[in-house]
Design a protein around this ligand. Structure first.
Ligand code: ADP
Ligand code: MG
Length: 240
């Protein structure tokens, strides 16, 4: 694995940078309408600081993915307060959600790589969406990040020629290539064996540390708990 030497991203002009990346107060969330309306999250209070690695665990159905998609501005908050990068997402309009999404890196259980593209092209697709002015090209940055995740020899491979762990490492490179301030990973090790699962989250932590990103990992994989600075737990929609 090569050491990362990445170009410094130019800071966004928007709001002054804050040590608090996510601030949640009295957040409730409901799915469904009328008689089918069902409360899924109850009075969530949570703060994620810059550079923190937090694991969110809890049984299946406890609301982990719902909370992650709210923090990632993939859905609009309904009640309480949810601030990401200082932006209030309560009843947020599409425009504001999109603005926040551009600064978030997402990693999901299934790697979601495009089969018709090589590893480098998959990462480059992410790099081309960059909101920030950087001094190297999307192609150069993609190669740098694939080298950083130990795949410098696999740049031109298609996903079907890569192992599960390698594909997840490509997904990590793609999620981090734009220096996101927040990385949200939903069960990133679910499809991996114990060793590759651990390697993958270690790598995520190392890269995010180097660029000062905050990471939230949703998991019920007890084998990776040691990478966290802090572990929080959801049970029936409540933080315990
Ligand atoms: P977890 O990620 O912890 O397994 P989820 O956030 O996916 O939990 O789901 C929490 C609860 O919300 C579950 O009971 C699930 O069935 C329900 N749920 C999730 N998504 C939706 C949706 N889009 N519409 C209705 N109910 C949903
Ligand atoms: Mg889930």
């Amino acid at each position: 694995m090569v050491a990362l030497s990445l170009p410094n991203p130019v800071a966004l002009p928007a709001e002054p940078s804050s040590p608090v990346v996510v601030a949640i107060e009295h957040l409730d969330h409901f799915y469904g309408k009328g008689a089918l309306r069902k409360q899924i999250l109850f009075d969530i209070n949570l703060t994620l600081a810059q550079g923190e690695v937090v694991i969110l665990k809890g049984p299946s159905g406890s609301g982990k993915t719902t909370l992650l998609t709210l923090m990632g501005a993939l859905r609009s908050a309904q009640s309480g307060s949810l601030k990401v990068f200082g932006q209030e997402l309560l009843h947020a309009k599409k425009r504001r959600l999109i603005q926040v999404r551009r600064q978030v890196g997402y990693i999901f259980q299934a790697h979601n790589l495009l089969e018709s593209l090589t590893a480098r092209q998959n990462v480059q697709m992410g790099a081309e969406l960059s909101p920030r002015a950087v001094d190297s090209s999307p192609k150069e940055r993609s190669i740098q990040f694939l080298q950083a995740v130990g795949l410098g020899d696999h740049l031109n491979q298609h996903p079907h020629n890569l192992s599960g762990g390698q594909k997840q490492r490509v997904a990590i490179a793609r999620a981090l290539v734009n220096h996101p301030r927040l990385v949200l990973a939903d069960e990133p090790t679910a499809a991996l064996d114990s060793k590759s699962g651990h390697d993958v989250v270690e790598l995520m932590r190392k890269l995010a540390r180097e660029q000062g990103s905050t990471i939230l990992i949703v998991t019920h994989d007890n084998r990776i708990l040691d990478v966290a600075d802090r572990i929080i737990e959801l049970e029936d929609g409540r933080l315990v």
